[in-house]
Design a protein around this ligand. Structure first.
Ligand SMILES: Nc1ncnc2c1ncn2[C@@H]1O[C@H](COP(=O)(O)OP(=O)(O)OP(=O)(O)O)[C@@H](O)[C@H]1O
Length: 686
């Protein structure tokens, strides 16, 4: 049965430039493309506005050329002076792929004039002028350079996403602006010194932004609109609402594949599970098609997929093949995926949300929900980037009209622990900072409590030496606390190894729910009685032995045989190097190890995970030590069929019930002995 669509009344998004695209003078194809972009017509006006104003808000349709062109215009017009231009991105894949594109447009290699910086990966040099940077990395730079003195221009791209880190930057940039640029007080007199030679300029960009709100926040900054997109995208909605979006996506894909001309397909789904299900179904049905029909190549795309596999989406499609990318919202903004002509939008996404408990403890969890209008527009915008495109929405036009305009900012719905710690390092308190939207007071209290329990704050909410050291690590505060505790127990080697694995962007243990028995068998030799953390460590050690003696292909085969993700190992090795460097900075000997490591390592993990600890109950469930939450051990854990007296865990997944993942068994005495560490804590400092 096919999914019936009705073209939207004004389905075709027209753009008729007033003057028509300028005739290109360049013979270089990339330069020609640059000159044809809608934004090129407004280049001079744009440069003028940015030159004349401290803050500029730029609103332009997806594909108009904001992200790739504005930094180059600023550079070419000399507005950056001696400083650098930072372009923030909420997602690392966007930062790295945009740097590659802009470097190609500038005819340079990535890492020179144009570079990028994302967590645990950087391609920049002293002479880099345009830096695509994840918003989290710019926050980290802020901690060591509170006025961002290396930058003359900061461009906040995709600001509509309102990630916690972007909001953190939005607030701090306002203060930095006042410090770095001359400001006029109400009496018209000039005050405030020029602290660095380059004044700061801020550009806020998006296709779907509440521009007025940003403008008000930045003292009525001017709003510029870039009209039009290069190619039209025709949008279709279903006639009736669909009950099973995975099945509807499957049918829509084959409708396109059978009926429509060549062109790759991008399908937006909420998460990895749905992606895997659809991947299997498409493979199965594609095999049944007549041999003369175009082949289908499937490319999954989600955050925990190794970056090398993510990069497959950018590879060109072989002849007589249709590429089908199955993606979460990580492919929703900023990126241009070559070849995409059709987008299928299920209308669903996963959203991080902090579940707060009565006692002030809580956890972040991912919940599936309907997308917003803003996301729908961004998704459609991934088609029509190289030629006309089509977007099939698996929801009705009425459903689209009923969608919220944009998502609630993360500052209102996510854990604030890391941000509060970072603010404390800048000498700021959450309640003093002027955010665009104030954080939820319950979440703010919860963050303070977590930091106090971790020993980062003392009883008077003052930053401790330990807290400042925790903030120097580019990882969650609880992981930093685990590493720092190893100083007392002399087991830094093992602790850093495990934390490196936990900090990798992909999970080490591949989990396929219908192959769990085979997986358990394959990994039997790594299994450690204390649970998942030591099992990970055993696997890591075996991998390093194999890596030292075997060829690349044998190493890969070994990982496959044991259902281990090799990318996690290679990434963890890099992360480990960086963590060791930071350990030196905080005077922690990362080479410390001992023969009896089990107890000391578990003590370190308990220090970081005390809020994620639980005791066995008579009915076999586990009750959170600091709260009322009842958890079960996840079926993929090595401890799932064990009844141990007490557990600590590094992840909570919520699928109908709360499941603990990444679980270790600890003696009850470890937990009963827990007292808030700061009552007679270390020397405090601000
Ligand atoms: N990697 C790439 N390969 C091919 N073309 C590209 C690439 N990156 C950008 N382009 C071209 O440049 C155009 C503008 O891209 P850019 O990312 O600057 O637009 P944008 O206005 O920032 O859109 P969005 O808000 O969707 O990111 C694209 O529509 C596409 O035609």
């Amino acid at each position: 049965m096919s999914v019936p669509y009705t073209p939207r009344k004004k389905a075709r998004i027209h753009f008729e430039p007033n003057e028509g695209p300028k005739k290109s003078k360049s013979t270089n194809p990339l330069q020609k493309q640059r000159e044809q972009l809608p934004i090129a017509k407004g280049k001079d006006a744009l440069v003028r506005e940015i030159r004349d104003n401290d803050v500029t808000i730029l609103l332009g349709e997806t594909g108009s050329g904001k992200t790739t062109q504005v930094p180059q215009y600023i550079l070419e017009a000399g507005l950056a002076g001696d400083g650098m231009i930072a372009v923030t991105q909420p997602r690392r894949v966007a930062a790295t792929s945009l740097a590659a594109r802009v470097a190609a447009e500038q005819s340079v290699t990535v890492g020179g004039l144009v570079g990028y910086s994302v967590r645990f990966d950087e391609a920049c040099q002293a002479h880099t002028k345009i830096k695509y940077v994840s918003d989290g990395m710019l926050v980290r730079e802020l901690l060591s350079d509170p006025i961002l003195s290396r930058y003359s221009v900061v461009i906040l791209d995709e600001a509509h996403e309102r990630t916690l880190r972007t909001d953190f930057l939005i607030a701090n940039l306002k203060t930095i602006l006042a410090k770095r640029n001359q400001v006029n007080d109400s009496k018209g007199k000039t005050k405030g010194p020029l602290s660095v030679s380059n004044p700061l300029k801020i550009v806020v960009m998006s296709a779907t932004l509440d521009a007025e709100k940003f403008s008000r926040f930045y003292n009525n900054a001017p709003i510029l609109y870039v009209k039009g997109r290069q190619h039209p995208v025709q949008i279709f909605h279903t006639v009736v609402s669909q009950t099973n979006y995975v099945d509807s996506a499957l049918r829509t894909f084959f409708q396109i594949h059978v009926d429509k001309p060549p062109g790759d397909v991008l399908i937006f789904l909420p998460g990895q599970e749905d992606i895997e299900t659809l991947d299997k179904s498409i493979k199965m049905y594609a095999q049944r098609l007549p041999i003369e029909r175009m082949q289908v190549t499937l490319c999954p795309m989600y955050a925990s997929l190794p970056p090398s596999k993510q990069a497959r989406i950018f590879a060109s499609t072989p002849p007589h093949t249709r590429k089908c990318i199955l993606a979460t919202n990580i492919a929703e903004t900023s990126i241009t995926i070559p070849g995409i002509k059709y987008v299928i939008d299920t209308g669903k996404c996963k959203e991080k949300r902090y579940i707060s408990k009565d006692n002030g403890c809580g956890f972040d969890t991912l919940l599936t929900r309907d997308i917003t209008k803003s996301s729908a527009m961004q998704r459609a915008g991934r088609a029509g980037r190289e030629g006309p495109g089509f977007c099939f929405r698996l929801y009705t036009e009425e459903a689209f009209k009923d969608m919220a305009i944009s998502a609630e900012p993360e500052i209102r719905r996510c854990s604030l622990t890391q941000s509060v710690l970072q603010l404390k390092c800048l000498g700021q308190d959450l309640e003093e900072v002027e955010f665009m939207d104030p954080p939820d007071i319950v979440y703010a209290m919860s963050a303070l409590k977590s930091l106090w329990l971790l020993g980062a704050l003392d009883n008077s909410k003052t930053l401790t030496t330990l807290g400042r050291q925790m903030a120097t690590f580019p990882i969650e505060p609880y992981l930093a606390r685990i590493i720092l505790t190893s100083k007392t127990h002399g087991c830094a080697v093992e602790v850093i190894d495990i934390v490196s694995l936990l900090s990798s962007s992909s999970k080490l243990f591949l989990d396929v729910s219908d192959q769990r028995d085979a997986i358990t068998d394959a990994r039997r030799k790594f299994r450690h009685p204390s649970g998942d953390h030591f099992t990970m460590l055993n696997a890591f050690r075996s991998y390093q032995e194999i890596a030292a003696s075997e060829s690349k292909s044998e190493r890969k085969a070994w990982c496959r045989k044991h259902y281990l993700n090799e990318r996690t190992f290679t990434e963890a090795l890099k992360i480990r190097d960086q963590l060791r460097v930071i350990c030196r900075r905080v005077d922690l000997d990362w080479r410390a190890s001992r023969s009896d490591i089990e107890e000391p390592v578990l003590r370190c993990f308990t220090a970081g995970l005390m809020q994620q600890s639980a005791m066995l109950q008579p009915d076999g469930s586990y009750k959170q030590l600091m709260g009322q939450l009842v958890v079960k051990i996840h079926p993929a854990s090595t401890l799932c069929d064990k009844k141990v007296p007490a557990i600590i865990f590094d992840e909570l997944v919520y699928t109908g019930h709360a499941y603990a993942r990444g679980v270790s068994s600890v003696p009850r005495s470890f937990l009963s002995g827990i007292t808030p560490p700061m009552t007679n804590g270390p020397v405090t400092s601000r």
